[in-house]
Design a protein around this ligand. Structure first.
Ligand code: PHE
Length: 343
């Protein structure tokens, strides 16, 4: 039995085969177990010597099985180390990869990086908020009550009502993050808020999902002059045109008073920015409405501020002469290669 078992162990090259040998020897109906069981059939004088011999054999076989197990484990580890071997002295792969596999930064991401850098230099931080927004943040707190006509302009996507019976919305602008920021952060405040926004509108120049960037400044003694200076500096830096004409036009938003739309100079026929005598509307802005400040627990007699919002696709298309909105969302590698930038 010992020779047979040792031969079987040598032939077992994986844990399953090893276990089969163990069962065939020491298991319930194993060969050695049979010897132990048979002891009772011998006369008492023989039983003692035979019992000692069988038990010794059992110890020998157990040890042999255990030894083989250790051998197999070591061999398995060795094989794995070999298979997973790596040369830590190899030079690193170039990153980002060069050649046809090289990716590119999407124009939207690039514009957000540029906005963050330009406003960052003016002392603005970056804030974010959720895409699915409570009605109150998207509308109510911004001085757009339930039946206000401004709601119709927003082509709102509604989400099924929650436990409170109110229907959340996909935010129609980044302005709800003004509210979240003013509630969560004591003034002075200077933030921009880049992010996705949604409106049920789809044609060559509108996408149901698009991006906006919001700006918010709250401090003591802030005036329209600060708003104008800040936006003129920003627009000239972003479009990289030192004397870009900028025009402020009186307008209306429920959450700012006074409100102004901002136009930049361009040539309507050629699309060239900075000259040509035509005006192009580029963003909405205004002094934060006292009611909005009060809705956020900020005393409008003590703090004032301004806010602005603009479409990221729009300023990106203008800056880079991108004629069509739709490819922004189509992941066409040729388009990305053409309009994207290497990191
Ligand atoms: N939220 C406005 C829009 O989507 C833009 C805006 C932001 C206007 C901040 C004024 C102040 O049209």
């Amino acid at each position: 039995l010992q020779t047979d078992t040792e031969a079987a162990l040598a032939a077992a090259t994986d844990p399953r085969a090893l276990d089969a040998v163990r069962v065939a020897t020491l298991g319930k109906s194993g060969a050695l177990t049979a010897l132990l069981k048979a002891l009772g059939t011998f006369p008492p004088e023989e039983r003692k010597a035979r019992g000692a011999a069988v038990n010794q054999l059992k110890a020998v076989l157990e040890a042999a099985i255990e030894a083989r197990r250790i051998e197999l484990d070591a061999a398995a580890l060795e094989a794995r180390l070999l298979a997973e071997r790596m040369d830590v002295t190899l030079p690193a792969r170039p990153f980002p990869p060069a050649g046809p596999e090289a990716g590119a930064i999407h124009p939207i991401a690039r514009t957000i990086e540029e906005l963050t850098a330009i406003f960052g230099a003016m002392g603005f931080g970056v804030a974010e908020g959720p895409d699915i927004e409570a009605d109150w943040y998207n509308f109510g707190a911004l001085n757009i009550p339930d039946h206000h006509p401004a709601r119709q302009d927003h082509d709102t996507f509604y989400v099924p009502a929650g436990a409170d019976g109110r229907r959340p919305v996909l935010r129609t602008h980044t302005s709800p993050v003004q509210i979240r920021t003013m509630i969560n952060q004591a003034p002075p405040i200077r933030v921009i808020v880049p992010g996705r926004t949604y409106r049920a509108d789809h044609d060559a120049t509108h996408s149901p999902m698009f991006h906006q960037v919001e700006g918010l400044v709250i401090d003591k003694g802030i005036t329209l002059g600060h708003l104008k200076g800040c936006l003129i500096d920003f627009l000239r830096a972003f479009f990289d045109i030192r004397d870009l004409p900028v025009r402020f036009r009186s307008s209306y938003f429920p959450f700012t008073e006074p409100s102004m739309e901002v136009d930049i100079g361009w040539n309507r026929k050629t699309g060239e920015l900075g000259k040509g005598g035509d005006w192009l509307e580029i963003l909405g802005s205004g002094m934060v409405h006292p009611k909005v400040l009060a809705n956020c627990g900020i005393d409008p007699r003590e703090w004032q501020g301004f806010a602005f919002g603009m479409g990221i696709e729009r300023i990106t298309m203008l800056k880079h002469g991108i004629p069509d909105l739709r490819p922004f969302y189509e992941s066409d590698v040729r388009w990305l290669k053409h309009y994207g930038t290497s990191p």
